[in-house]
Design a protein around this ligand. Structure first.
Ligand code: BTN
Length: 307
């Protein structure tokens, strides 16, 4: 109900009367008044005028009730060590798929390959718990799917043209705007859960990590609406996972790739490989053509772009 009230206030150019809200929402005037008071306590600035209520400002806080249809599965914290840890506890306790842990700030945000992920206020930091009926080897493809949907969300909500870098970064003109970290628990051929953690630079001033970083606010000069962006991404990603098509994900990723066609160096814990990134295989492995013409497929590692 609060979501609908905020929606009505946001959509209206002028004040909205309590009577109008009570009629359209089919609740009493007193109920409207109680919701308005609750919103004010949550940080919404709402002016009461003789013609009705007017929204002056809304806090940039992802309250669970702002996620229509999924509010019971949203766990919001102003601050946590890492959303990965919270999601792990929930997943092991049997939470439903598409449970999401969101934090405004992380004290111990983690990146891939033991790196830290700076998580100052203004960014979007969240982890989604998935329970796909898929075999464990499909995990890299799910990361590619998340990267692909981040690109589409950034285009639709922020008019930012991003691309995907293998294995699972999202870049704008060579600068990192989002990173993805996944954790899986599996028993032989059965995935218990896969947690997908995403850090998206929106209104923060990100520090450079493995490569230079950038945020939406730095690119557009405007304020990015975290709730709208997260809603858009979750809808896309949930639809994509429900209609899971590995070939479609691979094809979509290739079309938005900034890695294919480049000379790259891929560093894994065992070796360092150099070559021309010529293709992605059906499981999300990067196919490299080495100097001697031989081909190698790599499934994980740090990828550095040459030219
Ligand atoms: C990377 O590019 O190295 C991956 C970064 C992933 C960061 C996100 S922020 C939300 C979630 N919680 C974490 O501690 N890490 C991931």
């Amino acid at each position: 109900m609060r979501n609908k009230i905020v929606g009505m206030l946001k959509d209206s150019s002028g004040p909205v009367s309590g009577e109008q809200m009570s009629r359209l929402l089919n609740i009493s005037r007193v109920a409207v008044w109680k919701h308005i008071n609750h919103l004010k306590k949550s940080g919404f600035e709402i002016e009461s005028t003789p013609k009705g209520y007017r929204l002056v400002s809304a806090p940039d806080i992802p309250f669970p009730w702002m996620f229509a249809g999924r509010s019971a599965k949203i766990h919001y914290f102003p601050e946590v060590d890492s959303t990965m840890d919270q999601a792990m506890v929930l997943a092991r306790a049997g939470c439903p798929p598409f449970t999401v842990v969101i934090a405004d700030r992380q004290i111990k945000g983690r990146g891939r390959l033991q790196r830290k992920w700076q998580s100052q206020a203004g960014g979007l930091y969240f982890t989604i718990v998935l329970r796909p009926a898929l075999i464990p080897t499909v995990c890299p493809v799910i990361n590619l799917a998340a990267a692909l949907d981040l690109v589409e969300t950034l285009a639709q909500c922020c008019q930012v043209r991003a691309q995907v870098k293998w294995p699972n970064d999202v870049l704008v003109d060579g600068r990192k705007i989002a990173g993805i970290l996944s954790q899986m628990e599996a028993e032989s051929d059965h995935v218990a859960f896969i947690n997908i953690g995403i850090g998206l630079n929106l209104n923060n001033q990100p520090n450079d990590t493995d490569i230079p970083a950038v945020s939406v606010a730095q690119l557009t000069g405007g304020h990015a609406d975290r709730v709208r962006i997260l809603n858009n991404f979750l809808d896309r990603f949930e639809n994509r996972m429900n209609a899971f098509s590995q070939p479609d994900i691979i094809e979509g990723w290739k079309q938005r790739s900034v890695t294919l066609g480049r000379r790259v160096r891929v560093v894994t814990i065992r070796e360092s490989l150099e070559g021309l990134a010529i293709d992605l295989d059906e499981d999300g492995g990067l196919i490299l053509e080495q100097a001697d013409g031989s081909r190698r497929t790599v499934f994980y590692g740090d990828c550095f772009h040459g030219n």
